[in-house]
Design a protein. Structure first.
Length: 387
């Protein structure tokens, strides 16, 4: 007899994952043999650089790397991360206490609330946002307090609205997925002051810090004085080095917060495959040429897509960071879900409805620059024919 059971109450609390629905529609369209242009996924289309693959191959062949890894990450990896942070942000970190390796930053982000909050504790979460901030909070029985990211505020939350919310934890993410906004140093300074005054833990997600155009390199929150007293930053090789499938990231900053997450994680996982860690060191110690080339590629794609959409009457400011275009939907569409459905039905193009990232994402769709220039041109041509 098939087992009859109910999924946990905790799982039931999650809103149905909208992306699952879109995925279904996409698979169906592909099964019908249609030529789909997928601007929906936040996953680089280009391969991991060759030198990193070579480092993995070499390390994978060495039996010394086949065992359980050290949970915190190899000391050599943590030293490489510390050196990278110093060079990139002029932030010094103690590799022993202020850096901890993660099986991709998503893992650490989703686990953090379990390590630092109690049931009913309040967590300030951007809306729209990368979903694990919200789901991680729900798994820990926390209460999500959404912080709307609005275009009139340059997609930065209006901190004074949360002064009396008695939150324990706040997530921020700049450069931002999905809005592509970049935080000013003044804003980050405001976040640190706010958190120090109210005693709030700050979790900053900096996964896109290396993807920026026509602007100065984005700031780490750890550059702000006092940040290390209340903040950790999540980082990852996924977007910087096209390594999303490899699962390697880290958390750095406040020692006590890291210690709490470490205590949780030693009870759940057993670290990152050591060969991947050694390949990660090769990535971190490389000369930065890869990132430069990557920025060039995304910039060209961005120009093509934005100019194409503008010629169709969409009003879109030039994206200055991340590989997303956060496009306000033009008049004539009911909502972001309708745009998504019409694009798929009439042009075989997949985009992500803004509402999938939270209520305040309504009115926008997210398009990822993770397809070639040829495909972006093709997408624009198809849209010109339809609209
Ligand atoms: C892609 C992404 C990450 C990186 O996730 P990994 O688990 O390190 O691959 C983190 N935060 C945001 C906002 C992202 O879009």
């Amino acid at each position: 007899m098939p087992i009859n059971f109910d999924i946990s109450e905790r799982l039931k609390k999650l809103a149905p994952y909208l992306f699952v629905e879109i995925d279904k529609a996409k698979r169906q369209a592909k099964a019908e043999g249609r030529d789909i242009i997928d601007l929906g996924i936040g996953d680089p289309d280009l391969p991991t650089p060759e030198f990193i693959i070579e480092a993995l191959n070499k390390a994978a062949a060495d039996p010394a790397n086949h065992h359980y890894a050290l949970d915190a990450g190899l000391p050599k990896l943590r030293q490489a991360i510390a050196k990278w942070y110093l060079k990139r942000f002029n932030v010094s970190l103690d590799p022993e206490k202020e850096i901890y390796a993660l099986i991709g930053s998503k893992e650490g982000i989703a686990h953090l609330p379990l390590a630092v909050i109690n049931p009913k504790d309040r967590v300030l979460v951007p809306d729209p946002c990368y979903p694990p901030y919200r789901t991680g909070t729900i798994f820990a029985d926390g209460k999500v307090i959404p912080m709307p990211l609005l275009s009139k505020n340059n997609f930065l939350p209006d901190l004074k609205k949360y002064a009396r919310k008695k939150a324990k934890l706040m997530f921020i993410n700049y450069p931002n997925n999905p809005t592509s906004a970049v935080a000013t140093k003044e804003f980050l300074q405001g976040v640190v002051n706010f958190a120090l005054e109210k005693g709030i833990i700050i979790a900053s997600d900096a996964a896109y810090s290396e993807i920026y155009f026509d602007i100065e390199a984005p700031t780490s929150i750890l550059e702000i004085e006092g940040a290390k007293e209340i903040a950790v930053e999540f980082h990852s090789l996924s977007k910087t080095f096209n390594m999303t499938g490899w699962r390697i990231g880290w958390v750095c900053g406040n020692e006590k917060i890291i210690c709490a997450l470490a205590k949780l994680k030693t009870n759940i996982d057993s670290g990152i495959f050591q060969a991947i860690q050694l390949a990660g060191i090769a990535a971190l110690e490389s000369d930065g040429n890869h990132a430069k080339e990557m920025r060039q590629i995304y910039e060209e794609r961005r120009d093509l897509l934005i100019n194409g959409l503008r010629s169709l009457g969409w009003k879109i400011p030039l994206t200055t960071a991340t590989f997303y275009v956060w496009a306000k939907i033009p008049k004539g569409f009911k909502d972001s879900m309708e745009v998504t459905q019409v694009f798929l039905k009439k042009a075989d193009i997949i985009v992500t409805p803004g509402v999938g990232f939270g209520k305040s994402g309504e009115g926008f769709v997210r398009m990822a620059l993770t397809v070639s220039k040829e495909r972006i041109n093709e997408a624009v041509m198809r849209l010109k024919k339809v609209f």
